[in-house]
Design a protein around this ligand. Structure first.
Ligand SMILES: Cc1ncc(COP(=O)(O)O)c(C=O)c1O
Length: 262
């Protein structure tokens, strides 16, 4: 039986229930984070909790960050999680939810299909619970036979994936769309920026066609290659991706070895 933590109480996940009147359910009004667990330990928990606090502040949501950290530590202490994901939610109704989830099976390389998408401006800087648009974009791409969506604005600018950030390489240089395009300030994106010296560059789908390598990054994916965008196969040789994936993996291992202080 999977264990959850609801408002500080550990209980079987199927018994963790909140009132149906919670605006977190009714309106997707709330914030969340997903961390990856390695041998049961979270990577970059401080960064995720910090972003959650920022999301809540930008959404005008009261958040007891210390209580959330206690909940996370309490759940991890009993969960025997191994390789998994940790989902943390705070709802407008005032509920704190922490869940351990299975790590999804990840393909070797992603096939991406374009889905037109306009980020909601007032949710800039908020990782909100309102993810139906992201989930629907992913489904639309999957219905067309792709693994995931590559979100592109009505004006043709590439943004990100529904749950990951985008990087691409050309002529030995690495690029990623800027946060000013209303994408998520991804924690993995920040790490990859630091290790790659990537440039932030507003990019059109037409420009992306000139990329020699494309990859996606997220807490769940770490760094994952993109093998195809629509009908275009990308080269199988991915030296920049390989080097960065190894660097990020080493960074994760060294951070995990230091442990989560507190
Ligand atoms: C829209 C979006 N972009 C990017 C990411 C990757 O963010 P992180 O690296 O913090 O996991 C996510 C994560 O869920 C996301 O939802």
């Amino acid at each position: 039986v999977q264990t959850a933590c609801l408002d500080g109480v550990l209980l079987p996940a199927q018994d963790a229930v909140i009132p149906v009147s919670d605006p977190g359910l009714l309106r997707g009004d709330g914030v969340f984070e997903v961390m990856r667990l390695y041998g049961g330990a979270p990577f970059a928990p401080e960064h995720h909790l910090e972003r959650m606090a920022r999301s809540a502040q930008n959404l005008g949501l009261a958040l007891d960050l210390d209580a959330i950290e206690r909940d996370v530590r309490a759940l991890l202490a009993v969960a025997e999680a191994g390789e998994a994901l940790l989902r943390v939610l705070a709802t407008r109704g005032g509920h704190r939810i922490v869940l351990v989830e299975e790590l999804p099976k990840l393909p070797q390389a992603l096939a991406l299909g374009y889905v037109t998408f306009a980020p909601v401006r007032v949710l800039d800087g908020v990782k909100s619970l309102s993810y139906a648009a992201n989930m629907h974009a992913m489904r639309l791409a999957r219905e067309r036979g792709f693994d995931d969506a590559l979100l592109v604005t009505p004006h043709g600018r590439v943004l990100e994936l529904p749950t990951a950030s985008l990087f691409w390489a050309r002529g030995g240089e690495v690029f990623t769309p800027p946060l000013s395009d209303h994408i998520l300030d991804s924690i993995t994106r920040r790490i990859v920026l630091e290790h790659s010296g990537a440039h932030e560059l507003a990019t059109t789908a037409a420009e992306l066609a000139g990329a020699e390598e494309v990859f996606a990054v997220s807490s769940v994916y770490e760094v994952i290659a993109v093998g195809r965008i629509e009908e275009r196969e990308l080269p199988a040789a991915r030296p920049i991706f390989e080097a960065l994936a190894a660097k990020v993996r080493a960074r994760i291992e060294s951070d995990l070895a230091r442990g989560w202080g507190g």
